[in-house]
Design a protein around this ligand. Sequence first.
Ligand SMILES: Nc1ncnc2c1ncn2[C@@H]1O[C@H](COP(=O)(O)OP(=O)(O)OP(=O)(O)O)[C@@H](O)[C@H]1O
Ligand SMILES: [Mg+2]
Length: 337
Amino acid sequence: MTHNDLIKQLILSFNSNDNEAFLSAAREYIEREKRMKHTQVAKELEKALFDKSPSISYSERRFKDAQPIPRDSEKGFPLLEIKHYDDSWENLILPQTIKEQLNQIVREFKDADILATYNLSYKKKILLCGKPGTGKTFSVQIISSLLNIPIVYVRFDAIISSYLGETASNLRKVFDYIEQGTWIVLFDEFDIIGKNRDDIHEHGEIKRVVNNFLQMLDNFSGTSMIFAATNHQNMLDSAIWRRFDDVVYYDLPNEATRQILFERYMKPIKRENDIDLKALARRSEKLSPSDIKMITEEAIKLAIINSHNSLSMANLSIALDKFIKREKVKDNMLEDE
Ligand SMILES: Nc1ncnc2c1ncn2[C@@H]1O[C@H](COP(=O)(O)OP(=O)(O)OP(=O)(O)O)[C@@H](O)[C@H]1O
Ligand SMILES: [Mg+2]
C-alpha cells in the first residue's frame, strides 16, 4: 500500500467506525515508519495509539466496544474481512439491462425508508452468477463504493473446506456478526456447491452445509445486504434460487463491449497510432473483462520496460497471443486429466 492509500484507509475506517481496519492501517503505518528508520515518529505514534492515559480513553473505548472479527475456533483464522472500496460506477462495464438491475438494487437500499412506509423491503439477498472474471465481485465493490458501506467479505469455500465439522458454527458466527451492523456482505466463491460433486461423502457434507447456510439466510433479520457469487449456476437448484430476492447473470462480453474494455484499460498510457481496437476485439473472442484487463496491463508493462512511453499494437499483440496460448495449454491439460 502506498502512503496515500494508508492515509485514505485510516480516514475511511474511522468514518465507518471500523476499528479493526483502522487499527490494521495504523499498525501498518507505524511499521512503515520503522522500516524507514523514523524511530522517533514510530514511537510517538505507537504511544498515541495504545497509550492507556485517561486523555485518550475514547479511542481505547472504541477499540474495546468494537465487535471482534469472528474466528475459526480451532485454527483461529478470521472468518471474514472488512474491506473498503472507492471506485466509480462508470468503471463497471456491463450490458445496460444488467447495470439497470444493479442500479435498482442500490436505489431500493437508499430508499429503504420510503419503501417501508408501503410495507415493502429493499432487496436484501442477491445472487450473482456467471463465468469467471465477468465482474461479479467487482460489482459488489462498486456498490460498496456507491453506498459508502464497507464490504464484509466471506470466502465461502475457506469457511467450508478447511474444517468441515466446524462449518456450521463458523457460519453462525458470521451471521451473528453481520446482524449487528449494516454491511454489504459478500459470500464469495459460493461455487463450493458445484465442486466435489462426484465425491459422495463430501457431497453429503456440503449439502448439509448449504442447507445450513440457507436456513440462516432465511432467518436473517438484519439490515445488511447479502450477496452470494458463484460461477456454477447450473449446480444451484430451485431451493436455492427462491431464497434470493434477485438473481443477476453475468455473460462474457460481446465484440463491441470487448473493444470498450480494451480502450478503457489502455487509459493510463499514451497510445501509438497503429492500435487497432476493432482487431483486438475480434481476436479476443470468449475472453472475459478480467482477461482483457490482464492482457492490456501486460502490454503496458512491455511498453514501459522497453522504455517506450507509449503503447503499440505490437505490445498488445504479443500479450494477447501469449494469453491465448496459455489458455490453450490450460485447456489441453484439462483434457488430459
Ligand atoms: N464487467 C466488468 N467491467 C469492468 N471491469 C471488469 C468487469 N469484470 C471484471 N472486470 C475486471 O476484472 C477484475 C476481476 O473481476 P471479478 O473479480 O469481478 O470477476 P468475478 O466475476 O468475480 O470472477 P470469479 O467468478 O472468478 O470470482 C475486476 O477487478 C475488474 O478490474
Ligand atoms: Mg469473484
